[in-house]
Design a protein around this ligand. Structure first.
Ligand code: SF4
Length: 455
């Protein structure tokens, strides 16, 4: 622990526990480069490390709202000693400011932690930021005093410039602070993953990294454009240097690009691939690929040569009418060409789908099933099938004045199940956790026993 630290950044549960948080590592690196001493505590992984295997299993489910909501109470009851020990360490930490990167899944835990800090260390100031603050701040009738009443300051938008500004200029004032200042990617140092009270991760030699922020698309259901206003990319030379340093200094051999897409700028993406090939970089990588009709075929082979071991591709639908309504920017023919090119280059990839997008008819849905059957030979795996979720600041809801008619949940779940069945009977693998994921969306959580309650 740095006894001079001015800021303690805490990653609250529940978040995916297998890797450290990228955002906090980026903030620490940037603030320390600007002489703000910063400690990071991954409270999510710290608590995950002391719970039993059944709770660990529930923790890994990607969407389980009742678990997120009940976890604090469960830890207080069943793991009192371990939980109180780490809470005491937070209170005793010398930093005057506590920063919380709030996600939807950590919203309730963050609030409880902030109130705990308020009660036991009222002299500390609390800053809330992260995607939940950013998205909430764009909603009509938003009021920080209601949604984030526990925070002295709220930051919307990217954290680096905003947090530095807040800590160096404004912290004496007693106002809530919103800004969408964007960072210049080339001005940012590599993420710094050092932590206080670190616990081992399940993927010890893997790190999350990034080479771009934002997205070049504006799909109807997605809120990415609200989180980051503009698409920007780091210099490929800097990205390759970062990966090499992770390997030589920290033994990292796999990285996951958390970018919305890795091929937003085709010229820079190709330069990245060429540099990885030339440098014979030992680090293998995965990332999200956008289906782009304008992507040259040669890039698929280069991705393989450059160490790509997996791609995540947002197909979302196998029906051209729905793809157009979603504003995905590609057709089913483009998707087919992309999947075939991946297969020819021996690139493993996983696909996501959305069931029940507004106006999806039974015939549209059957087109998706037909697409999957037709392309089963080249699609290795379905990573996710999500029921359509209406998100308040998505283009679809904004453009329609929030008047979106959704299919009935029962019908959507039936469609999800049919997709699974068609995939399995046609040899396409399906991520097993996602079936539980569906159940977990509506399941309860017993805070006494730490078990799932199926309704
Ligand atoms: S769904 Fe993917 S491609 Fe579309 S806007 Fe969101 S991040 Fe970009």
């Amino acid at each position: 622990m740095d006894s001079c630290a001015q800021l303690l950044l805490i990653t609250c549960p529940s978040r995916w526990p297998r890797l450290p948080a990228l955002g906090e590592a980026c903030l620490k690196a940037y603030l320390e480069a600007n002489e703000i001493r910063t400690d990071v505590l991954d409270l999510n992984n710290y608590c995950y490390s002391f719970v039993n295997d059944e709770l660990k299993r529930l923790w890994e489910l990607p969407v389980y709202p009742a678990f997120s909501a009940g976890l604090w109470n469960h830890l207080e009851k069943k793991y009192r000693f371990e939980f109180e020990s780490i809470l005491s360490a937070i209170i005793a930490h010398p930093a005057k400011t506590v920063g919380l990167s709030v996600w939807h899944s950590s919203k309730i835990f963050s609030q409880k932690l902030a109130l705990y800090v308020r009660q036991h260390a009222p002299e500390k100031r609390i800053v809330a930021g992260g995607p939940e603050v950013t998205l909430s701040s764009l909603e009509k009738n938003f009021s920080a005093g209601n949604d984030f009443f526990y925070a002295d300051y709220c930051i919307a938008g990217e954290g680096e410039y905003n947090l530095l500004n807040l800590l160096t200029k404004l912290l004496q004032t007693n106002v809530n602070y919103y800004d969408f200042l964007e960072t210049d990617p080339d001005s940012l140092p590599a993420p710094d993953y050092r932590q206080i009270f670190p616990k081992p991760y399940r993927y010890p030699n893997t790190r999350p990294v990034w080479m771009s922020r934002g997205c070049i698309r504006r799909c109807a259901f997605c809120v990415e454009h609200a989180l980051t206003k503009r698409y920007r990319q780091k210099r490929p030379e800097a990205v390759v240097r970062e990966l090499n340093a992770l390997h030589s200094l920290h033994g990292v051999n796999h990285v996951i690009f958390y970018d919305s897409l890795i091929n937003g700028n085709i010229r820079l993406f190709e330069e990245f691939l060429d540099r990885m090939i030339d440098a014979r970089t030992a680090v293998k990588w995965e990332g999200q690929l956008l289906i782009r009709p304008d992507m040259p075929a040669r890039l698929y082979g280069k991705m393989k040569q450059a160490g790509c071991y997996n791609l995540f591709i947002g197909l979302e639908s196998g029906c051209d009418r729905i793809l157009s309504a979603m504003r995905k920017g590609f057709s089913t023919n483009d998707a087919q060409d992309c999947f075939k090119a991946c297969s020819d280059a021996q690139l493993h990839f996983e696909v996501s789908l959305i069931a029940g997008f507004p106006t999806e008819t039974q015939a549209d849905f059957e087109s998706t099933l037909d697409f999957l059957k037709k392309n089963a030979r080249v699609i290795p795996k379905i990573a996710q099938v999500n029921p359509f979720m209406p998100l308040a600041v998505s283009p679809l809801l904004k453009d329609s004045g929030k008047q979106v008619i959704c299919e009935s949940p029962d019908l959507v779940l039936t469609r999800v199940q049919r997709i699974v069945d068609v995939c399995r009977s046609n040899g396409i693998a399906v991520t097993p956790a996602y079936v539980n994921n569906l159940m977990a969306q509506t399941a309860g959580f017993d805070t006494e026993t730490g078990s799932m309650i199926i309704h």
